[in-house]
Design a protein around this ligand. Structure first.
Ligand code: SF4
Ligand code: SF4
Length: 357
């Protein structure tokens, strides 16, 4: 057999360890303490006495090649090329030279990149992909992030909140939605309209039926052709079927809205983790600036900043004051649609392919 003269090359990202700053590599797992000399800057000190500085800057979220080049040039100039992107699309510059920190901040701020997002500030929103990357979004989550962070510039660059505030946006109701102190989530308000002409040609019907978490989709016949129907009183308008079949048309400029949920907490620091709860719904999905969403978020943040005690997360603040006081202090209206009174859960779940009990 002929000798193989080539080697298979593994594709995919390199191991992150290769990219670490030499000071981090040298002191890996040997850190003594860290502090924040100013908002947006972290100083980590190792057992060996070495120190490393991290400067966190906000970005526009969707960036051009020119901006990436600019940020890489900053990293080359001040950090021997070391930078990293966070899950919230902040960019962090890592240097062991304290003298580089202030000039780097000046250059970043002059270019419009705010430095902040550390400690008790409002860091950039974690968000899902939106129109640019995904096939089922009803809004552009990254656009909501950009417009909202423009409004919260001060809260990003100053650590004035009772505790850190983590926010997220999600451009559909079902998939990569974020649990957060304040979460902005798409909310469909009517069941999908079925495009039978398209469906008969493209739909793998059993998998679309199986996708529904409450067994609201049934096989049927339309104009002599096999198709699907939705039992509307069972449908929870989640949009999961649209992901399986684009003929289950649920996105609509008038019926796909935005909702705001608060009090989600994943950490078990101080108190146990908690699920977020709905506090505003039916907000217009109103690009490019989503002003109605910004108004509600700013009301919640203002009330939390005013009334939260030191180290209370948003959910802990609400637990202490109660929901009645939350709605009074934020000025948000409460209505019956915020009460979860869905009655079909048990029987529906037993019929779905997902859950049996
Ligand atoms: S939240 Fe939904 S629409 Fe947005 S990127 Fe994730 S799966 Fe796609
Ligand atoms: S998957 Fe969701 S939107 Fe589609 S029919 Fe079922 S409950 Fe309704």
């Amino acid at each position: 057999m002929a000798k193989r003269e080539y080697q298979t090359v593994e594709s995919g990202p390199k191991h992150h360890g290769e990219m670490l700053h030499p000071v981090i590599k040298k002191n890996y797992g040997q850190w003594k303490y860290h502090e924040r000399p100013r908002p947006g800057v972290l100083k980590h000190v190792a057992e060996s006495g070495d120190a490393i500085y991290t400067v966190r800057a906000g970005t526009h979220r969707q960036v051009t090649v020119d901006i990436v080049r600019f940020l890489c040039d900053i990293a080359d100039k001040y950090c021997e090329g070391h930078l990293r992107w966070t899950v919230r699309n902040n960019v962090e510059f890592v240097t062991d030279k304290e003298a580089n920190v202030e000039p780097m901040i000046k250059e970043l701020e002059a270019a419009g990149h705010p430095v902040g997002g550390t400690g008790n500030s409002v860091s950039s929103l974690a968000h899902t992909q939106g129109w640019l990357h995904c096939d089922i979004p009803a809004t552009d989550a990254s656009g909501v992030v950009k417009s909202l962070m423009d409004e919260l510039f001060h809260d990003f660059t100053h650590e004035e909140m009772p505790n850190r505030v983590r926010m997220s946006t999600s451009c559909c109701e079902i998939n990569c939605g974020g649990q957060a102190d304040i979460a902005i989530v798409v909310q469909h308000t009517r069941p999908p309209r079925i495009n039978h002409e398209i469906l008969k040609n493209i739909c793998e019907m059993p998998s679309t039926v199986a996708r529904c978490p409450v067994a609201a989709i049934r096989p049927t016949t339309v104009n002599g052709q096999p198709s699907l129907m939705v039992v509307e009183e069972k449908c929870i308008v989640c949009g999961a079927c649209f992901g399986a079949c684009p003929a289950m048309e649920i996105n609509h400029p008038d019926y796909s809205k935005l909702a705001i949920w608060v009090g989600g907490k994943n950490a078990n620091a101080r108190t146990k983790p908690s699920n977020m709860k709905l506090v505003a719904h039916g907000l217009p999905n109103n690009p490019p600036r989503w002003p109605e969403v910004a108004e509600v978020v700013k009301k919640i943040l203002a009330a939390y900043k005013e009334g939260g005690r030191d180290w209370e997360r948003v959910g802990e603040w609400i637990d202490r004051i109660g929901w009645k006081a939350f709605f009074e202090q934020t000025g948000l209206p409460f209505d019956k649609f915020m009460i979860d009174n869905y009655r079909h859960a048990r029987s529906s779940f037993n019929q779905s392919t997902h859950i049996r009990f």
